[in-house]
Write a protein that binds this ligand. Structure first.
Ligand code: FMN
Length: 204
């Protein structure tokens, strides 16, 4: 978080990472709607495409982190908070997104760019549960990573195929209102984390 001279918060830097590679991805549309609906005071950046990262191979990691891995690590480090917007595949986390989390935590899992980072989750699916199970699985993974996942508001966009117009604009009013409320909640949550002692040394 950048602060003005009087200490007041001026701008929260947020990185968004989309877990779908699909050209017409509902999750990317949801992510873009969320960015568009953010109030002033947020600097939101989309991450590099996650398919730029190779599949995780610890041998490669030990020889030197590939450039896209270094880049996404830098993007995560530079952010005050990271928001993942992802589909659910087979009740779980898409492999391409899990690969990102595994790279960020390689080669030294406890010492990674996501450790102690405030994290937000959002998801869209064409089914009736809007990625609930994927988000629960992600919360479990973030326990080990030691990211702080914002408990609420929860964003589960179900039946996403009914919620965008042909231009890709989110037309569902309740969802738009929820997205507007998301950002102030994330700012408050990130502010709490920024002033929290993190228990360094637990892994020593
Ligand atoms: C391999 C695979 C598994 C899927 N599993 C689920 C699932 O467990 N739950 C669900 O709600 N949708 C599931 N879907 C459907 C997704 O919700 C749908 O493909 C959605 O559009 C993906 O998000 P995207 O539009 O951002 O790419 C699955 C789709 C695929 C291709």
């Amino acid at each position: 978080m950048t602060t003005s001279g009087d200490g007041a918060a001026t701008s929260l830097k947020v990185l968004t990472i989309c877990g779908s590679l699909r050209r017409e991805s509902y999750n990317r549309k949801l992510m873009r709607a969320a960015i568009e609906l953010a109030p002033p005071g947020f600097q939101i950046t989309e991450s590099i495409r996650i398919d730029e990262l190779p599949y995780l191979n610890e041998d490669v990691a030990h020889a030197g982190l590939p450039a896209p891995v270094q880049r996404i690590n830098e993007q995560v480090r530079a952010a005050d908070a990271v928001v993942f917007v992802t589909p659910e595949y087979n009740y779980g986390v898409p492999g391409v997104l899990k690969n990102v989390l595994d790279w960020i935590t390689t080669p030294h899992p406890p010492h990674n760019a996501l450790r102690f980072k405030p994290v937000g989750l959002m998801g869209a699916s064409i089914g009736n549960f809007g990625t609930v199970r994927c988000q629960l699985a992600l919360r479990q993974t973030f326990l080990f990573i030691e990211s702080y996942v914002m408990p609420k508001p929860e964003i589960y966009l179900f039946r996403a195929q009914d919620k965008f117009d042909t231009q890709g604009r989110l037309t569902d009013e309740p969802a738009r209102e929820l997205l507007k409320a998301y950002w102030p909640a994330l700012r408050k949550f990130a502010g709490m984390i920024a002033t929290t002692p993190h228990g360094e040394g637990v892994h020593a």
